[in-house]
Design a protein around this ligand. Structure first.
Ligand code: 2BA
Length: 109
């Protein structure tokens, strides 16, 4: 058995939990904070049988694939005399940091 620890962006977390549960893969969701940005992210832990590891990693990759998204920035534009005019910017969102650990024992007592 393997233990997957996946650190994902908050916005992907619920979709990922649903996608894993749909495949009958157990998952626990933890609210976490990244050390570098000191911003919230989500850590999911999932114990999977060895033969289902590839399937589980595939679900994580599909749901959390990094992608471009257009959002609105309110930083002042050059030449706008300090006036805050919202304008669209393209940012990268998604992606996951994944660790796979060997499980020595799995008990429910
Ligand atoms: P990622 O490398 O995709 O990491 C996303 C989050 O995954 C991290 O959030 C952290 O919570 C977790 N993580 C990544 N590597 C880990 C590890 N080896 N062990 C345990 N947890 C780990 P943050 O720490 O807030 O980092 C957010 C993003 O800032 C990182 O995205 C990376 O793009 C950047 N970053 C992190 N450390 C950096 C550094 N020292 N210098 C420059 N950029 C850094």
């Amino acid at each position: 058995m393997k233990l997957i620890i996946a650190i994902v962006q908050d916005e992907d977390a619920n979709r990922l939990v649903s996608a894993l549960m749909e495949k009958n893969l157990g998952v626990t969701k933890l609210a976490t904070t990244g050390g570098f940005l000191r911003a919230g992210n989500t850590t999911l832990i999932s114990g999977v049988e060895d033969e289902r590891l590839g399937e589980a990693l595939g679900v994580i990759e599909k749901v959390c694939k990094s992608r471009q998204q257009v959002t609105t920035s309110s930083a002042p534009l050059n030449g706008s005399n300090g006036v805050y005019v919202p304008y669209p910017v393209r940012v990268t969102v998604g992606g996951a940091t994944v660790f796979v650990l060997e499980v020595n024992q799995f008990l429910k007592v």
